[in-house]
Design a binder for this molecule. Structure first.
Ligand SMILES: Cc1cc2nc3c(=O)[nH]c(=O)nc-3n(C[C@H](O)[C@H](O)[C@H](O)COP(=O)(O)OP(=O)(O)OC[C@H]3O[C@@H](n4cnc5c(N)ncnc54)[C@H](O)[C@@H]3O)c2cc1C
Length: 468
């Protein structure tokens, strides 16, 4: 029987193991699958903490239903009955600018009325579909900041694009690659000659498809609806781990992947154990993969080490409803770097999902750190709490002392797809050709969202099955 060892038990490793087992069974192939996870629990960045009636998400708080990957996995796993879609008001997102929260406009008229962007900024944005805008530079891996300035203007970059990049990647648009982070946007520019033109053409196409009776995306907006579970997003990783049973071995740190035994690969662990493998699938973060692959191929390790990570601190504050005078009707808000506050933004978790706080209470989740504020990770918990309170006072006039506080730290939270990321992936692909049976998957390469991780897991499972 062929042996597959998967390293790393975050959503990427768990989904790879689960999908590989399902696909092998469907193909009538017998496989021995082992998943090795360093921590005592599987789930990686996914962790939902239930304390004092609050449900605090340590990392991700859901996935978007506009892509099918995670939803399909939930259905196949049998956990779809527990899915919990965010409330409709979670579609309202805000940006803090000039001392107040501005709702992100959802269309032309709302945009014209909004005071988020100044009139000169709006006029600059109105140029976007015209020939006055420079075309995408050929053969250049453009940064998100360069793209934003070129197509939408400096103000839209600061107030719309940069907060979005910090909300998704905790990233710095001056270093991040447009193609690697938002490949679809680069494609739309190429196909339609501009973003506004693309939006108009796609809306027309959707109407035509609907009129022709075709199935169109159920998503309410272009981003889809944030979806989780009543129990918290950990219900997904727990469901996968439970279903995989003894395949998942926790508390096992892999130190190296080597050759030279009776099997094509030997996966060696810190506790002295060794696992022979026909296939080794590394689903750990790139920096950890670099360590374990150094002896096998130092060029692979050197390339993996070039993928930087941003740190992040997540802070949950629970209040009694009457302590908050500000409206909490929405998703929450992001803060442009130019506002010079401490946090990247705050999510109104109990407004998005009604059971995240006990009756009469609210749960706010603030983010701090990221690529633009790397030193914030060094702050003590007391300093972190004080700075979050400072920001909440400025943004929502909340002066009250939270009665529930939790601080979660992610020292290397999110991989940064900086300029050159695409080339690094090409290099890795080229180098992996010399190591048949060695695969890399996870959020370090082609998308950080849970949907992206599950999509990558599916590719890894298909690739593995093909190799066997
Ligand atoms: C604060 C935060 C909020 C986020 N919010 C969202 C969100 O709302 N929606 C969304 O879609 N995405 C979100 N993301 C992104 C998403 O959560 C991650 O991209 C995804 O969970 C990563 O999964 P992974 O399995 O690739 O990596 P990880 O979760 O990092 O898992 C990798 C695993 O490898 C293990 N490992 C490492 N080294 C070794 C070793 N030597 N031996 C064995 N095991 C090892 C680790 O312990 C870990 O369990 C968020 C991320 C963060 C940090």
């Amino acid at each position: 029987m062929k042996k597959v060892v998967i390293i790393g038990g975050g959503i990427s490793g768990l989904a790879t193991a689960w999908l590989l087992r399902a696909k092998a069974e469907a193909a009538g192939k017998e496989l021995s699958i082992t998943l090795l996870e360093k921590e005592e629990r599987a789930g990686g960045k996914i962790k939902s903490i239930h304390e004092e009636g609050f449900v605090c998400e340590w990392g991700p708080n859901g996935f978007l239903d506009s892509k099918p990957q995670t939803l399909d996995l939930c259905t196949a796993l049998g956990v779809a009955g527990h899915l919990h879609r965010s409330n409709d008001n979670a579609r309202k997102r805000f940006i803090f600018s000039g001392g107040e929260l501005h709702q992100l406009p959802d269309g032309g008229p709302a945009f014209l009325k909004s005071r988020l962007i100044s009139w000169p900024g709006k006029l600059r944005l109105a140029l976007e579909p015209t020939p006055f805008i420079a075309r995408a530079p050929v053969g250049v891996d453009e940064t998100l900041a360069a793209f934003g300035r070129r197509r939408l203007g400096a103000e839209a970059l600061d107030k719309l694009i940069a907060p979005m990049v910090s909300g998704i990647f905790a990233g710095d648009p001056e270093t991040m690659s447009l193609v690697s982070c938002f490949g679809r946007i680069a494609e739309l520019e190429r196909e339609y000659g501009g973003l506004i033109k693309a939006m108009i053409m796609l809306a027309k196409k959707k109407k035509r498809d609907q009129a022709a009776g075709k199935v169109v995306s159920s998503a309410a907006g272009p981003g889809g609806v944030l979806t989780s579970f009543r129990e918290g997003i950990q219900y997904l990783s727990d469901g996968l781990a439970t279903s995989l049973g003894t395949i998942v071995k926790t508390g096992v740190t892999v130190t190296s992947v080597a050759t030279g035994g009776s099997d094509p690969y030997r996966v060696c662990c810190a506790d002295g154990s060794e696992y022979g493998a026909d296939l080794a699938i590394v689903a750990s973060p790139a920096f950890a993969a670099a360590e374990m692959l150094d002896g096998l191929d130092s060029a692979i390790s050197a390339t993996l080490r070039q993928i930087p990570y941003a740190s992040m601190t997540v802070i949950c504050f629970g209040y009694r409803q009457e302590q908050i005078g500000h409206f909490l009707d929405g998703f929450g808000y992001l803060i442009p770097k130019k506002e010079r506050l401490n946090t990247l933004g705050t999510l109104w978790d109990s407004s998005m999902f009604d059971n995240r706080a006990p009756e009469g209470k609210v749960l706010l989740r603030s983010m701090m750190g990221g690529a633009c504020f790397p030193d914030y990770v060094k702050l003590s918990d007391d300093e972190v709490v004080a700075r979050v309170r400072e920001d909440l006072k400025k943004t929502m006039a909340i002066d009250a002392v939270p009665e529930f506080v939790r601080v979660f730290r992610h020292p290397q939270a999110i991989p940064q797809y900086t300029v050159g990321h695409g080339k690094r992936l090409e290099t890795l692909e080229g180098l992996l050709v010399s190591h048949p049976g060695l695969l890399l998957t996870g959020n370090s390469y082609r998308g950080i969202g849970l949907n992206d991780c599950v999509a990558a897991a599916e590719r890894a499972a298909d690739g593995a099955l093909g190799m066997l």
